[in-house]
Design a protein around this ligand. Sequence first.
Ligand code: SAM
Length: 195
Amino acid sequence: MALERGLASRAAFKLEELLARHRLVRRGARVLDLGCAPGGWLAVLAKAVGPKGRVVGVDRAPCRAPAPWVTTLTGDLKEENIRSAAYEVLGARAGLVTCDMAPRLSGVRDRDQQAMTELLELALTSANEILKPGGAFVVKVFMNADLKPVVGRLKTVFSTVNLVRPQATRRGSSEMYVVASGFFSADGLCDRCAK
Ligand SMILES: C[S@@+](CC[C@H](N)C(=O)[O-])C[C@H]1O[C@@H](n2cnc3c(N)ncnc32)[C@H](O)[C@@H]1O
């Protein structure tokens, strides 16, 4: 089954560990997963919320939904239309937004770093638009100088912000996760989105 296959990846183990350690999601919750293909995180999220929950995954690449209570949308999150569509499928504000978006790497360090920072900004915008008060946000990041201001901004809209490294992370990897909870500001995506 797709749900079981998706649970097997290392990335999936890391997310599972974070969700359990920080108690980020409950059964029946609504979750938005940004950059969901090929679907490893979606499988973990589907298992965490169960059949009474709802998970929406968005990616530029097509991705199969691992369970009937998961919907995947294909499109670029830079487009407001795709973020509105995700909100409409969720049916209400989300309790958790997760983000594992990564750019197509060019091999030019500065350009790639800038692309990663832009995606991080986009993830922040999406979380701000779609999270409900008290909601949580998990985003994969790489340690670099651009991270500090982003963490500072997160602290203005979440009551708790932690930079964490799951145990399942390979030694030497600069990969980290920002885990933010207690969202207390809601910008609203559009008129249709109830506060
Ligand atoms: C590392 S993969 C995600 C892996 C996924 N979390 C999993 O567990 O299977 C990064 C994804 O980010 C997506 N992505 C990058 N920029 C995007 C954007 N602007 N809008 C939508 N998806 C994007 C890519 O298409 C790619 O599939």
